[in-house]
Structures are given as C-alpha cells and as structure tokens.
Design a protein around this ligand. Structure first.
Ligand code: B12
Length: 137
C-alpha cells in the first residue's frame, strides 16, 4: 500500500515539475513579413522582416522592427475605447482632411484581408504577411 502511495506521489511530483518547466520556458519568437505600400503616392513598396512573440501583438513586432532597423519608424495614438491607432509610417501620417489612413491587412491564403482589431490587440501568426497600406476612406 505504502509502495503504491509512493508511486502516485512520484507521478504528482513529475507532473508538477513538467508544468513548472513549461511555464518557465521563454516564449518563442516567430518571423513575420511586413509590406509598406501606398495607394495615394508613387512610393515604391517596401518589405521588412520582423518577429512576433508567440501570442504577442503586432504592435510589439513593429516596435521590435523599429528598434533594430533604422529604415522603419511608426507612430501611434491612443483611443480610450479601441486602443492603439497607427498614425504614421516612415514619416507619412494619415490625414483627416485628406481622408487618408494607414490600413492594416493580413494575407489569408493569398488574399489581403482587413484585420478586425487595432494593432495593439492583433496577434500575428508565425510567417504571417502583414501589409500597412496608406489609403483613402
Ligand atoms: C469610421 C471608422 C473608421 C475610419 C475612421 C476615420 C474617420 N475620421 O471617420 C477609418 C477608415 C480610418 C477606420 C480605420 C480602422 N478601423 Co475603424 N471604424 C470606424 C467605425 C465604422 C466608426 C467610428 C466612428 O466614427 N465613431 C463615431 C465617433 C464620433 O467616435 P470616435 O471615438 O471619435 O471615433 C473615432 C475612433 O473610432 C477612431 N477609430 C476608427 N477605427 C479605429 C480603429 C482603432 C483600432 C482605433 C484605435 C481607433 C479607431 O476613428 C474615429 C474618428 O476619429 C467603427 C465601427 C463603429 N460603428 O463604431 C470602426 C472600428 C472602430 N474600426 C475598427 C478597426 C479594426 C479599424 C482598422 C484597424 C481596420 C484596418 N484593418 O485597417 C483601422 C485602423 C487602422 C489604424 N491606422 O490603426 C474596429 C475596432 C475594433 C477593435 N476592437 O479594435 C471597429 C469597431 C469596426 C469593427 N471591426 O468592428 N475606421
């Protein structure tokens, strides 16, 4: 009987150890591709490579890119209800008076689709292709 209890306790200890190891394991980074394009000017499209932390936000991936690549910069504003709004990319801002904004798209099986939340809430998948497109509304 005592032997059986020992065995159960060993299993419990092993499972606990595994759980602690899984929780303590650093989250992995996965690559994502980023295109910056414009519908309203003749700027050539630009392609960047960044990484997103597992279940991390697009905002984090853009910040990581900005910190490591001096050719990419962006600014955001904060909306009390919807979080972060992408205001400018590489020095070009959307404009209320010109009805322009930075649209955020993702490639779903090759067709660009609008993401349905802001960049602070969106979590890109590994190898996802994100497009930031200056366009009109
Ligand atoms: C109009 C509108 C826009 C216009 C705003 C321009 C303008 N000056 O009117 C434009 C086309 C620019 C826009 C863009 C986007 N939008 Co929008 N938009 C709306 C809409 C239909 C109405 C907002 C409104 O006028 N409210 C009335 C005014 C009086 O209130 P307000 O607080 O001042 O409104 C401002 C904010 O809503 C802000 N805004 C608009 N969209 C977004 C999105 C985000 C993430 C943030 C932070 C702010 C923001 O712009 C408004 C004007 O200044 C709402 C849905 C709804 N019916 O509410 C979606 C909505 C707010 N948008 C949404 C989204 C997802 C986006 C985009 C991320 C889409 C994309 N993939 O590109 C982009 C933002 C990209 C970026 N640059 O960060 C979502 C937000 C959901 C969420 N939880 O984050 C909503 C709720 C629609 C939805 N999918 O259900 N949008």
């Amino acid at each position: 009987m005592a032997l059986r209890l020992d065995g159960v306790l060993c299993w419990v200890a092993l499972v606990q150890l595994l759980c602690v190891q899984i929780l303590a394991e650093p989250l992995k980074e996965a690559p994502i591709r980023l295109s910056v394009v414009s519908d309203v000017s003749n700027e050539a499209p630009q392609v960047y490579h960044s990484s997103a932390l597992q279940r991390g936000s697009l905002l984090g991936a853009l910040r990581r890119l900005q910190d490591t690549n001096s050719d990419f910069k962006f600014t955001v504003t904060e909306n009390p209800d919807y979080g972060y709004y992408l205001e400018s990319v590489n020095g070009v801002a959307g404009s209320e008076s010109d009805f322009t904004y930075w649209q955020i798209l993702t490639d779903v099986h090759g067709s660009p689709t609008l993401i349905d939340v802001g960049l602070g809430c969106y979590t890109p998948k590994p190898y996802e292709h994100i497009t930031l497109k200056l366009t009109t509304w």
